[in-house]
Design a protein around this ligand. Structure first.
Ligand code: FAQ
Length: 310
């Protein structure tokens, strides 16, 4: 079969809703797009541990500390599932991690903002995990088997994360004036960066057309962003907190919440490495990697010893 015929067969399978598995023929560009997107996703889970990890020692109760520890560990697990899924496409996770550490790989812009108060831990669970769920529920139905299966489990865990975050925010919102103020301030700071998580507007998204053609993405950046806003505005109202957007209004006819202009200059600055916490995140990630060298060496020595014995 010629390459052209193979591509036609592949696209027919995609059209029919087939799931593509690692040993199936796939166009090189599909493989490359998946490695790009999945590795960025894995890096995001990995770096995403840092803003919250910051608060483990300062959690206000034992219950909150246990929950936060479990959540941060879950994020590490998500990174590992996705790095593994990326390896089914022929990528080597050591290369990918190296790209993250030397600053040549992208990861989600959201993790370059600081966690200034305890309320930020609630807001991250509610808004950031909430946005991740909207995006990843779609990816759980994507055309690449290992990625879609990883997403099913990840979404289940993210749902727990979202609930714990919303619970923190609801408690603060019903607490003292100072607590309510802290919750509101946190939402004011995280709302717009959360909308940016969905990526640039469709008209400026170079990868979307190809990803949608091959059913990696089933919905566009703007469609998912809108879904997130529609789901989240009523949740904010339910706990009497305000979304920091004077242009927010419900369009009865369309059945959607219309929202104001996103600051895309800020988004691109953060993506290019100039966000408030980019340098700090990379330093902490690199230090953790260096400090873990002895663990990797010990694990490798143990494996080699066992191989010799067998
Ligand atoms: N940040 O053409 P598009 C989480 C880049 S996981 C940084 O629209 P695409 C869990 C994009 O890579 C959060 N860069 O790209 C958690 C591309 O650059 P490239 C991560 C961004 O791929 C919660 C360029 O801009 N989730 O939160 C961003 O079609 C709490 C042009 O953009 C995923 O990764 C951004 N926000 O759509 C963990 C989900 N947006 O590669 C801890 C999987 C775009 O051409 C605590 N990924 N860029 O140089 C996706 O769904 C997609 O990749 C999008 C971007 C929607 C993120």
């Amino acid at each position: 079969m010629s390459e052209e015929q193979k591509l036609q067969e592949f696209e027919k399978r995609i059209e029919a809703g087939d799931v593509i598995e690692p040993k199936d023929w796939m166009p090189e560009k599909y493989r490359k797009q998946l490695i790009r997107m999945m590795s960025q996703h894995a890096h995001s889970e990995y770096v995403g541990m840092l803003p919250e990890g910051n608060w483990i020692t300062r959690a206000p109760s034992l219950r909150r500390k246990m929950t936060l520890l479990a959540k941060v560990q879950d994020e590490a697990g998500h990174g590992l599932y996705i790095y593994s899924a990326t390896e089914t496409l022929g990528a080597d996770r050591h290369d990918l991690i190296q790209q993250l550490l030397n600053g040549t790989a992208k990861y989600s812009s959201i993790f370059n903002y600081p966690t200034l108060t305890w309320a930020d831990i609630g807001t991250i669970g509610w808004l950031v995990d909430g946005a991740a769920i909207v995006n990843q529920t779609m990816l759980a139905k994507c055309s690449y088997g290992p990625y879609s299966r990883a997403m099913i489990r990840i979404c289940k865990e993210e749902n727990f994360h979202k609930k714990q975050g919303y619970e923190i925010i609801a408690n603060l919102a019903n607490g003292t004036e100072a607590q309510k103020k802290m919750a509101q301030d946190s939402i004011n700071r995280w709302w717009w960066p959360s909308l940016m998580m969905f990526g640039p507007p469709d008209k400026d998204s170079p990868n979307s057309a190809e990803l949608m053609k091959w059913k990696v993405k089933l919905k566009s950046n703007d469609e998912l962003r809108q879904r997130f806003v529609d789901l989240t505005v009523p949740q904010a109202k339910a706990v009497n907190l305000t979304i920091p957007d004077p242009d927010l209004k419900f369009n009865e006819k369309a059945g959607h919440w219309e929202f104001g202009e996103i600051n895309w200059d800020e988004f691109w600055q953060v993506v290019k490495g100039y966000g408030p916490m980019n340098k700090e995140r990379m330093k902490v990630r690199n230090d953790a990697h260096d400090n873990g060298t002895w663990v990797r060496e010990a694990a490798l020595a143990y494996t080699k010893k066992r191989e010799k014995l067998n």
